[in-house]
Write a protein that binds this ligand. Structure first.
Ligand SMILES: [Zn+2]
Length: 166
């Protein structure tokens, strides 16, 4: 299992010098520490050995766990892992698998809302941006507000992505 903090720190209640300095520099967040320790604890109940948790995005109403391993591992059978995390953290959790497929990551992040289209827009000066379209009546079903979701999509994909309502 790979988490944002080292295994030793995930297994114990204290932080090593390395993780401590990453926490104070802001490279690690308190949430990174908390999630890593919970996952380590869950290892005795769930098969999490192959999990690689790459990044945790705290979007206020929603926490996104970005995994470079199979998303199903962190979701768990019948959603047991993600439900346990959600209960222990008191936050809504979304698992997104990091792939080279921007569209797929966008689709996973916006669930249960389905996108109606997505295209690459070239702006003046050669800048490019993905424009994702959804139905305006779906906005209340989005997992977070549009600004937070656009920020999350940017962090997740490294691309500029805007959501357009139609
Ligand atoms: Zn450590």
């Amino acid at each position: 299992m790979k988490t944002p903090i080292c295994e030793l720190c995930a297994a114990s209640g204290s932080l090593c010098n390395n993780c401590e300095s990453r926490l104070s520099s802001g490279a690690l967040s308190q949430l990174d520490v908390e999630v890593s320790r919970l996952l380590y604890k869950y290892r005795s109940h769930f098969s999490l050995d192959d999990v690689e948790l790459a990044q945790i995005l705290n979007m206020g109403r929603l926490v996104i766990l970005v995994t470079s391993s199979d998303a199903g591992l962190l979701i768990g059978k019948k959603g047991r892992v993600v439900n346990a995390l959600s209960k222990d953290l008191g936050m809504k959790i979304r698992i997104v698998q990091k792939t080279g497929d921007v569209k797929r990551m966008v689709e996973e992040l916006l669930l249960p809302v389905r996108i109606t289209g997505m295209n690459l827009v070239y702006k003046q000066g050669g800048e490019q941006e993905y424009r994702v379209r959804i139905h305006s009546q779906d906005v209340p079903r989005l997992p977070s507000d549009l600004i937070a979701l656009e920020a999350a999509l940017h962090k997740l994909t490294g691309q500029k992505i805007s959501v357009a309502l139609e």
